[in-house]
Design a protein around this ligand. Structure first.
Ligand SMILES: C[S@@+](CC[C@H](N)C(=O)[O-])C[C@H]1O[C@@H](n2cnc3c(N)ncnc32)[C@H](O)[C@@H]1O
Length: 195
């Protein structure tokens, strides 16, 4: 399966329940600011636009971003090619990082996460995935992925109220149909402090 087929497949997958919950938890009707971190082909970006958000979407991969070209003129969307640690995050009400942040090189993770936390307004909502040590990619010790234990993920959320936390630790497949063991944490959390 080619990269283009991968991106098309990603667009067919349902939006993750945590993103739907994040939109509900944000309590915003229209005009809230959302950031789609490592947006890929833009499935979540499209969903957030449908929900009325102003969306700042970025990804390091120009081929993935090409799938958002039909939205070039959308008045509530900005799209940028950027790495996690370089992106100029706006102050946001909702930040989603679906299956993306674990691709951050470990040496860039802390800076990237600090920027995400700073960008989120008090009361704002984060949802996203982190990779655990039992994932088959983690076990390969590739060195280019950010791997977190449960304790380390908890520490990332010291400035948040964790609203929901789901561990996925079982055999599965990639979108390309390759077998692998998935060990991920899906986290929905609200940044503490009054809006
Ligand atoms: C599995 S895809 C998920 C895409 C999208 N969030 C989704 O759920 O469909 C991971 C995405 O992270 C992006 N990515 C990987 N490393 C990155 C980095 N250092 N900075 C920005 N984006 C990155 C990839 O280009 C890819 O589009």
């Amino acid at each position: 399966m080619s990269q283009a087929q991968y991106h098309r497949a990603a667009l067919q997958v349902q939006v993750y329940p945590h993103l739907i919950q994040a939109v509900e938890q944000s309590g915003l009707t229209a005009g809230g600011i959302a950031v789609d971190v490592g947006c890929g082909a833009g499935r979540d970006t499209r969903y957030l636009l449908e929900q009325g958000f102003v969306v700042h979407a970025f990804d390091q991969d120009a081929n993935a971003l090409a799938h958002l070209q039909d939205l070039n003129e959308h008045p509530r969307l900005t799209v940028q090619q950027s790495r996690f640690e370089d992106f100029d995050y706006p102050q946001a009400d909702l930040i989603t990082a679906c299956s993306s942040l674990f691709f951050c090189p470990p040496q860039a993770f802390e800076q990237s996460w600090r920027k995400i936390v700073s960008a989120l307004r008090p009361g704002g909502v984060f949802c996203g995935h982190f990779m655990g040590p039992e994932d088959s990619w983690a076990q390969l010790e590739r060195g280019d992925l950010s791997i977190h234990s449960a304790e380390q993920v908890k520490q990332l959320f010291s400035e948040f109220d964790v609203l929901d936390w789901h561990e996925h630790n079982q055999p599965g497949q990639t979108l390309l149909g390759l077998s692998k063991h998935w060990h991920t944490w899906s986290v929905l959390a609200r940044k503490t402090g009054a809006r």
